[in-house]
Design a protein around this ligand. Structure first.
Ligand SMILES: C[S@@+](CC[C@H](N)C(=O)[O-])C[C@H]1O[C@@H](n2cnc3c(N)ncnc32)[C@H](O)[C@@H]1O
Length: 226
């Protein structure tokens, strides 16, 4: 992956909690794997609160300085894109494009401030689906936010199935949000992926969540090992 092909853009822990219906009473040894977390502040914020989180992303091959410079470079372009595509979003979570950009930059600052320490502690690992560089199947929960199904014009059916089988080998449960692509249409690969997962002995359910931003994106896929 080349840095110039990367558009770093990360969400907050509060957004993750609502996208994935995370209602932990207590962390109590819970281990979470965030795949494709990129520059989201989920890992930084939740680790600070005591949750055991490991994030894996190809972005983590780059240094803090490289990622920070790339964020600075892409922000004006992202802002223009958001103005152009504003009618694809529900402007309640964020009042307008300016508020959204402020929130994303704040989350990414939190990530950048945590990145050095997190890498040393093994919380940010360079790797990519469908095969992650993790051996131990010791996770309780794996999360995929804004990667699977969203980019179904770039990632094929086999990639989706292999990735979700791998995630549910590593974790007892996986949750994916959203299940729509960038046009807000249910991904062309959703049904076949669910069928493949069920045939491989996984149990799948689609659940509505409270989080609302992209139009059409209000469902999460939950997958459990039987
Ligand atoms: C749209 S961003 C979402 C970031 C974060 N999950 C969030 O919701 O704020 C997609 C992320 O997926 C990562 N990614 C791309 N291909 C990947 C792969 N094959 N395996 C894991 N992560 C990947 C990108 O580097 C990027 O950080």
């Amino acid at each position: 992956m080349e840095l110039k092909s990367v558009v770093p853009w990360g969400r907050s822990a509060a957004e993750y909690k609502r996208m994935f219906k995370l209602e932990f009473e207590t962390f109590d040894g819970l281990k979470v794997l965030g795949v494709g977390d990129g520059p989201a502040s989920f890992n930084a914020e939740m680790s600070r609160s005591g949750l055991d989180v490991v994030s894996v992303d190809p972005l983590y091959q780059f240094s803090r300085e490289e990622i920070a410079a790339r964020i600075k470079e892409v922000t004006p372009w992202m802002e223009t894109q958001l103005f152009e595509l504003a009618d694809q979003y529900i402007w309640e979570e964020f009042e307008d494009v300016a508020a959204l950009v402020r929130a994303r930059l704040s989350s990414m600052d939190t990530f950048l401030a945590d990145y050095h320490a997190g890498k040393k502690q093994g919380r940010y690992i360079y790797g990519a689906l469908p095969k992650l560089p993790i051996e131990s199947a010791s996770f309780d929960l794996a999360l995929s936010s804004h990667l699977l199904f969203l980019y179904d014009d770039m990632l094929d059916q086999e990639f989706h199935l292999r990735s979700l089988l791998a995630l549910t080998d590593l974790a007892a449960e996986a949750r994916v949000f959203p299940i729509v692509n960038r046009q807000g249409e249910v991904s062309q690969f959703l049904n076949a992926t669910i069928q493949g997962l069920e045939e491989a002995g996984r149990k799948c359910s689609l659940e509505r969540v409270e989080y609302r931003f992209q139009k059409g994106a209000d469902m999460m896929l939950r997958i459990n090992r039987r």
